[in-house]
Design a protein around this ligand. Structure first.
Ligand code: SF4
Length: 192
């Protein structure tokens, strides 16, 4: 829904303001989340996240949200699902090569980033998306990752990706997660 995405990009600065505070609250709640159990929280939180972010950003629930680094334009709406863009095929007027009637998700991302205080993050190279995390909650992942950042890596392949994208991970820790995943986060039924 391009209208939703256009609204998000036009109000990228306001969404950024809200998200910075929301993220702080999520990270602060990590001890509570641990006490309840991330596994138990995964399904209900993913359902709320899907509804909220679907309405506000046309979110596709990739589980590795990078909206703060993409001008509040969800990159998973790019027909090529590029996590770094735009590609070389943007049409005159900023329209998509694959869907000529649609404005390029990445052209919109750069417009949104220009409105944001942290808009420079769009220059961070993002890692490829891990499809195994599709449908799971980015919110919970951010809480786990930010709270666990000083801790050591737990898994060699994930550690390799995290090390390869340090800037992306610094701003968007869910983009290259290291914290152990709760069972339900990789449950393919979540959010579908
Ligand atoms: S980047 Fe992923 S989690 Fe964030 S809005 Fe897009 S699909 Fe949803």
């Amino acid at each position: 829904m391009e209208r939703i995405r256009t609204f998000a990009v036009r109000h990228a600065r306001a969404f950024e303001w809200v998200y910075v505070r929301f993220e702080r609250a999520l990270v602060a709640m990590d001890p509570l989340f641990r006490r309840i159990g991330y596994d138990r929280l995964e399904r209900p939180v993913a359902a709320v996240e899907k509804l909220t972010k679907g309405l506000l950003f046309d979110c596709r629930m990739c589980g590795q949200c990078v909206l703060s680094s993409t001008g509040m334009s969800c990159p998973m709406n790019c027909p090529k699902t590029l996590r770094n863009g735009p590609c070389g095929g943007v049409r005159p007027g900023g329209f998509c090569e694959v869907k000529p009637q649609m404005r390029c998700v990445w052209v919109m991302a750069w417009e949104g980033a220009a409105r944001m205080r942290g808009g420079g993050q769009i220059s961070d190279v993002q890692p490829p998306v891990n499809r195994a995390l599709e449908g799971s909650s980015s919110w919970l992942r951010v809480a786990r990752e930010k709270a666990a950042m000083p801790g050591g890596p737990t898994d060699a392949p994930r550690d390799t990706i995290a090390r390869a994208f340090p800037r992306a991970r610094a701003h968007e820790p869910a983009a290259a997660p290291l914290a152990p995943e709760p069972l339900r986060a990789s449950d393919r039924g979540v959010g579908r």
